[in-house]
Design a protein around this ligand. Sequence first.
Ligand code: PEP
Length: 247
Amino acid sequence: MRKSVIAGNWKLNNDVKATKEFLFELRDKIKDTEVEVVVCPPFTSLSTAVELVKGTDIKVGAQNMHWETSGAYTGEVSGEMLAELGVEYVIIGHSERRQYFNETDETVNKKLIKSLKLGLIPIICVGESLEQREKGIQKDIVTKQVISAFKNVNTEDAKKVIVAYEPIWAIGTGITATSAQAEEVCGWIRETFVELYSTDVAQVIRIQYGGSVNNGNVKELMNMPNIDGALVGGASLKLDFENLVKY
Ligand code: PEP
């Protein structure tokens, strides 16, 4: 049985003060949930978040990392630096990073390999644009992203990865993929793992859906057989996130 994981991607929101106020309230509300709960604050709020959730059921993830340990990479943060803080998860290849910060399938692969080496749990984001869906090529796009991301990743490591299917047209738009659309693509992703690894591995890898998930649609999406959680943007910034994770 796969344990569902719901992760809140705070994006460029919540400075240290706001992180303290928010998690101080949220941590007592999230207890004994059936799902794994992760919050992903911006870099500057990570250590505050780690301290605040110690001993609770909330885990902390980062929104990006660099694959090098150190060096002349101005503005970057390494996986080692995240691990040192007690961060346990890291989002890799979010469509906003692919779109605005030149993230490519190749850099996603490098980051995935490095995160696994460090014991961080990567959340690998894949998903098609509206134009690609309108052309009917979403399966090709998502399959290619998955195959590229997992290049040279061995079977044991692959099992630890979380994949987030996030159609770009559904992120921050208020338009959610229907549960049938989300399930279809998550099913294709799982089939890809059968081909890349084996049925056993494909049955272990957790696949989230992301894109305008909220209290109203979470239950139906999470009831789909191939969807094992959600990556949540906007709705993770409100204390009502409590009800979302307790769908
Ligand atoms: C996201 O940022 O990954 C996301 C899914 O955002 P939202 O829930 O706001 O659409």
